[in-house]
Ligand binder design. Sequence first.
Ligand code: GCV
Length: 673
Amino acid sequence: MRYKFLLILLAGALAAACSRPVPPVQDGSELWLAAGRPYEAVLASVQTAINPALPAEGFHIYDEGAVRRIEAGSEAGLRYGVYALQRAEVLGQAGPGIDLQEAPFYPLRLLNHWDNLDDTVERGYAGLSMWEWTAPDIPEARIRHYGELCASVGLNGAVLNNVNSNPLILDAAHIARVAKIAAILREYGIRTYLAIKWTSPIALSGLKSGDPLDPKVRAWWKDKAAELYAAIPDFGGFLVKANSEGQAGPQDYGRTHADGANMLAEAVAPYGGIVMWRAFVYSPTSPDRANQAVEEFLPLDGRFADNVIVQIKNGPVDFQPREPFSPLFGKLKDTKMAMEFQITQEYLGFSNHLAYHGTTWEECLDAETYRDGPGSPVARTVSAIAGVANTGQDPNFCGYILAQANWYAFGRLAWNPELDAEQIADEWIRQTFLRPEGLSAKVFDKRFVAPLRGMLMASREAVVDYEMPLGLHHLFGGTHYGPAPWERLGRPDWTPAYYHQADSAGIGFDRTREGSGNVDQYNEPLASTYNELATCPEELLLWFHHLDWDYKLSSGRTLWDEICLHYDRGIRTVQGFQKTWAGLKPYVSASIFDEVNTKLDIQQNDARWWRDACVGYFQLFSKRPLPADAAPLETPIDSLINRNIQSDRLGMPIHDEAHRPVIPAPRFRRPRS
Ligand code: GCV
């Protein structure tokens, strides 16, 4: 009897072992094209036709009897249709009777690559430049893979080089090289653009001036445009960072941004080119950096040429984990505007931290500007959208498989800004991760897709919590990876102390009507909503207000206690991700499991460092104990203050074998005797 029972147990265990899912073999290098049928196979399974009645980039997928058809307004539209069908198949939405008709919301959907001609990438965390500028040949296979990925989400433009541009991008050798890249990208419906340096005529041809009203300068740019279009007939145009962070511009010659932009616009107009002129401007002397884009650009509203688009970062400062939307979106009425998001995680843990931006961008795009009365969300004020790419030479393009979700989400929102961030996360997971053999779709959904989607959806808020909650911002040191709330030396608006304003009375930047007046750059009723403490959203409280440490929040707790608890909550959320991920081991390849496992461990160690540094430092001012339910600090502030993480030669942070940040004591120079 006993033996029989044991045998049954054994048989049960054996059956369970046999029915265990077999983890797929994959390494993340196919990104979100991993799970679908190959493009060519999808294409071969449908009848296609150009239908001029459809929008140029739009498509219609439908069944006619047993025949599946894709019609589109152009070749590009057909390509988008095939990829849309591929996606629908993976999502189980391509059954008989499919009827899917779409067209992109924005005509211009671009990636901006901050890639330098020496192959480094500014704020790039996935290896050297994917274009391999210094290699003898262009990396054709990678460029084709990139083209497929972009086309599959509907992106149609790429600025190949850094906005902190090198004038040599416009010399003959580089134009010839760019033309080769452009020829490949064209096959995927992607136009090529370049970021230019304002002083190019001086650097390349020895002109004495860069004055946009100087006929010689104007002629130079016209000639350069002719040279570019001779090499790249569908060249998209220029992206310009001028009079910003040390870059020269028209203001150096007493001219305006509009004078500069219009001069370039005139040069590319005959070829159908455009100029994207960045509004990322600020000077060290202004009382509030957040005010400056509106101060400089509002007086120029209506003075830009038709083929100029003013490109504006989503927030008024600089891609912080949370910012309100830039007030400029609600102010310019007679100027074309583009949204600039940052896909690369300059301020959200580089390619080490999980920080899904679908939620960040949804929050911004949906925000109400009241520009044309109620019903004017940011998404509807702009006519183009750009994302600073997170790509590099890493085999998985992004340095972290979970960072690929941000490239995907950017593309999907650029196609349709009304898509839901959670739906995008869900799509991305299903297309990226192969379902283990022997596992039903239903079980895969429940055990893998849903938990991972939950991680993605909670991730950005977790970073806000452990880096800078409640509207705090720019608490970064050095490379923008770790905390340095103590930094106050140097240009004020580059120091955390300028932004947090912590003192014995309280903390926060006063942007109310009693402070910098930034609230009044927003349209009513938003201006008053932000100005009044009673109505200012708590997640932006310290962005707009300087408050007493004992100020009571809606929870009934003091500001000080809430700050401490938010930092704690951020850490706990990441620790929760670690637990969830441990449970996902049976469903992913060993290499992907290990990659994410390691990165999450780094993230939770970094989160604890952030908490110890920020709470420990602010406690020097608040002089209050941690709330009873907060975890005690682990590292005394004395051993963190004035210290930064060690970085490698590419600026990537270094962690020890236990995945803890390596934070050496500062080296002091011995005074010369
Ligand atoms: C390309 C921030 C970044 C810079 C970047 C700049 C910009 O300041 O730290 O690396 O420069 O924004 O957007 O121009």
